[in-house]
Ligand binder design. Structure first.
Ligand code: NAD
Length: 261
């Protein structure tokens, strides 16, 4: 008897074309690698061109499919060119992971010391970038008859974490954007969801955090161990997959049970 749900295919990434912004370093690099290992055709859109080119080359050497398109997500023309390159190479776009962010490069400190230039840069990358990338892929997802957008927010928004006021504010904006955009594109069968990662030991986070800051991070969790980039991969793949086909406008918290949302 057919139930309309096939567990063998519902979670599959095979041949899905997925763009990962900021896919050249940190957690985005791990998303790109795991998506490729799962059979997706991955487009890495990162301003860190050398790093993204290297990751794409490693994926291809391992038998996966990947294209690196060096992209500044705040640059409308560059973002459009990136989407066009993805379509030219792989024939369409099914998924977008809006992961690029100004985070690890931001010194932690008093909100009163944040310059207006820094505030504007954070909003440009963390919010305008998501708007531009989503807008660039939209017509291509429409052509495919649907698609999935996954926006990376942060667990900081549940706690109201201080010391990067601009960053926390931008990540709260990601949730608002996710909810409103989900309503805008629902008729196009495009899902838009967000993930709020807890403090995650990405290579970039490690290099920008003092040992003092790293101490005690696991105390409030149900699972008392450090969070790694791979802890986030399952949620990303699920939200990109057909198995999540009726889930949209939601924010999935992945933090080992620190916050219960
Ligand atoms: N690591 C954590 O603890 C943590 C926690 C919560 C949320 N997050 C979020 O997860 C995502 C990945 O985190 P991470 O630790 O790898 O962060 P990160 O700061 O190391 O990586 C950000 C990536 O975005 C890229 N990027 C920056 N500006 C860009 C631009 N203008 N155009 C294109 N790419 C640009 C960088 O080159 C880098 O590859 C981010 O959205 C971050 O805010 C991370």
């Amino acid at each position: 008897m057919s139930t309309g749900f096939d567990a063998n295919t519902a979670y599959s990434m095979k041949d899905k074309v997925v763009i990962v912004t900021g896919g050249g370093t940190g957690i985005g690099k791990v998303y790109s690698q795991r998506l490729a290992e799962s059979g997706a055709k991955v487009v890495l859109a990162d301003i860190a061109a050398d790093e993204a080119n290297d990751v794409a080359a490693q994926i291809r050497e391992s038998g996966g499919q990947a294209l690196s398109v060096p992209t500044d997500v705040t640059d409308e023309d560059a973002v459009q060119a990136m989407a066009d390159a993805a379509v030219k190479e792989f024939g369409g776009i099914d998924g977008l992971v809006n992961n690029a962010s100004l985070m690890s490069v931001l010194p932690r400190g008093d909100w009163f010391e944040i310059s207006v230039d820094r505030w504007d840069s954070v909003m440009a990358v963390n919010l305008k970038g998501i708007f531009l990338c989503s807008r660039a892929v939209y017509p291509h997802m429409q052509k495919r008859g649907g698609g999935s957008i996954v926006n990376i927010s942060s667990g900081r928004i549940w706690e109201g974490n201080p010391n990067r006021l601009d960053y926390t504010t931008s990540k709260a904006g990601v949730v608002g954007l996710t909810r409103a955009l989900a309503r805008e594109v629902g008729d196009d069968k495009i899902s838009v969801n967000a993930i709020t990662p807890g403090f995650t030991l990405s290579e970039t986070q490690m290099s920008s955090s003092s040992s003092n800051y790293l101490g005690g991070k696991d105390d409030g969790k149900c699972f008392k161990r450090p969070q790694t980039p791979d802890d986030l991969v399952g949620a990303v793949i699920f939200l990109l997959s057909g198995a999540a086909g009726f889930i949209t406008g939601q924010t999935v918290n992945v933090d080992g049970g620190m916050y219960m949302h």
